[in-house]
Design a protein around this ligand. Structure first.
Ligand code: HAX
Length: 438
């Protein structure tokens, strides 16, 4: 058994009794109540999922395996001369809970490297798409097409023991994650460049390899590492993570689950918001003839959007109640590396005006910016101006966390997901019953 897998196996064996004890001895303990507004309102805030990969605090933001983003970027090992850590090291952290030492890092980097080559048919699937297909549709389908490679499916049909489901899932997850940069970069080259594939370089880490295959020089490798790490996980209830978990809970393989989560991520209220931010900013830029608007002009653009019944992309969040630390991290990157970029100036101006306006409007529970408000500006600055592509970048990152989750879902034997639905009439009766008790 390989070393990473061996370590993971030991952690799984040590963890299982905790889950078993909770189920056997405390299974009937009440964790949360459910209100009618939560049932109609997208199950907001109901504590009904469990994950140890990351935790999202409404005030503080995300922690990966207990580490704040600042700690993750500081503690994870970095390629020589780089400021941003190895993405592979992050996967090791999410999977095992530990910061990898140099041997562990070398091993996980090697695992990614040797699994990166794409089957030929995946290029053909991408090539077969009609023009104007959205990159997220192509990305999802390319991933889906590889379900035939699933090691889990083969083992399942051969009759593998339930306790060992995690093992072939671990293989599928690594096989898929290692290939995502190749798929993403090829889609980019195909749609927006000359269509010629740039071969991956086995001497480069995942982030640098992606930059290389995109055809973009340094420091885009740093941008790529930062981007994949920042987007990797946001606990389990968001649409993409939840979809990945839900689909995998029926024992669908990792390819089917990750393709599905990509479809959820492709919605404008979720991951597609990063492209919507750029679309919105471009619209402002056109109306301003490229000049930076005054504070009052920017306020007017924001109000115009709200009055036309649209949301301000990149602002608000279902859980967070403060500025997203992923936004702050990228803002600091911009302040350091692209302070004079005109779009960064627009974004900073928005940061000055939007929270007050959303508060004045009085609808959004969180008036602060989220991760998507800043990510596209950085891509644009480094030459990726095709904003339809931005959510693919998000998707490569997000797959890392969801894959780690699915491996642990299988290791701890989490059940098929199956919440109960009720009819409107039933809710009305419950409501009337509660009223007559008042
Ligand atoms: N602009 C205008 N109105 C907003 C708003 C925004 N940015 N954010 C929330 N609202 C509105 C909602 O549309 C809702 O209006 P209605 O009562 O008319 O339906 C009201 O405020 C209450 O919404 P909420 O409870 O604060 O927010 P939700 O949990 O329902 O939704 C969203 C959270 C992220 C979907 C929401 O804030 C939004 O639409 N934001 C803009 C899109 C966006 O940036 N999405 C990315 C979020 C981060 C993410 O998942 N990245 O992938």
């Amino acid at each position: 058994m390989a070393n990473v897998k061996q370590q993971l196996h030991e952690k799984i064996l040590a963890w299982r009794p905790r889950t078993e004890k909770l189920l056997k001895e405390y299974g009937e303990v009440v964790v949360d109540k459910v209100t009618i507004s939560q049932i109609i309102g997208g199950m907001r805030d109901i504590k009904s999922l469990v994950t140890d990969i990351s935790y999202l605090d409404p005030e503080e933001g995300i922690r990966y395996r207990g580490y704040t983003l600042g700690q993750v970027f500081e503690l994870l090992p970095k390629p020589k001369g780089a400021e941003m850590p190895y993405v592979e090291g992050l996967y090791y952290l999410l999977l095992t809970g530990d910061i990898p030492n140099s041997t562990e890092l070398a091993e996980i980097v090697d695992e990614f490297n040797k699994r990166r080559i794409l089957p030929r048919y995946v290029y053909e699937v991408i090539d077969a798409f009609p023009c104007c297909s959205h990159p997220m549709t192509i990305f999802s389908t390319a991933i889906l097409s590889m379900s035939r490679e699933s090691f889990f499916n083969k083992k399942y049909h051969a009759g593998v023991n339930k306790l060992d489901y995690w093992d072939p899932t671990y293989e599928d997850a690594l096989n898929l994650l290692a290939k995502l940069p190749e798929i993403g970069a090829y889609i980019y080259r195909k749609i927006y460049r000359d269509g010629k594939r740039i071969q991956s370089n086995p001497n480069l880490d995942m982030g640098a390899n992606f930059a290389h295959m995109m055809g973009i020089g340094a420091p885009y490798d740093e941008v790529t590492r930062m981007n994949f790490i920042l987007h990797a996980d946001h606990e389990s209830g968001n649409v993409s993570a939840h979809t990945g978990h839900l689909v995998a809970s029926s024992l669908s393989d990792v390819y089917l689950a990750i393709s599905s989560m990509i479809n959820g991520l492709a919605g404008p209220l979720h991951g597609l918001a990063n492209q919507e931010v750029l679309r919105w900013l471009q619209d402002v830029s056109e109306k301003m003839d490229g000049k930076v608007p005054t504070v009052d002009e920017m306020k007017q653009f924001v109000w115009d959007t709200l009055h036309s019944g649209q949301v301000i992309p990149g602002y608000g969040h279902a859980v967070l109640r403060k500025t997203d630390p992923r936004y702050s991290f990228q803002r600091e990157f911009c302040q350091k590396n692209l302070p004079d970029d005109i779009l960064f100036k627009y974004t900073d101006l928005l940061y000055q005006v939007v929270p007050d306006i959303l508060r004045e409007q009085g609808k959004a529970k969180n008036p602060w910016p989220n991760v998507d408000a800043q990510s596209g500006i950085i891509q644009w600055h480094y030459g990726v101006t095709e904003y339809d592509f931005y959510t693919v970048l998000f998707g490569i990152g997000r797959a890392i966390g969801i894959c780690a989750n699915i491996v642990w879902d299988r290791a701890l034997g989490y059940s098929l997901e199956r919440p109960k639905s009720v009819t409107t009439e039933m809710l009305e009766k419950i409501a009337m019953g509660a009223k007559s008790e008042d």
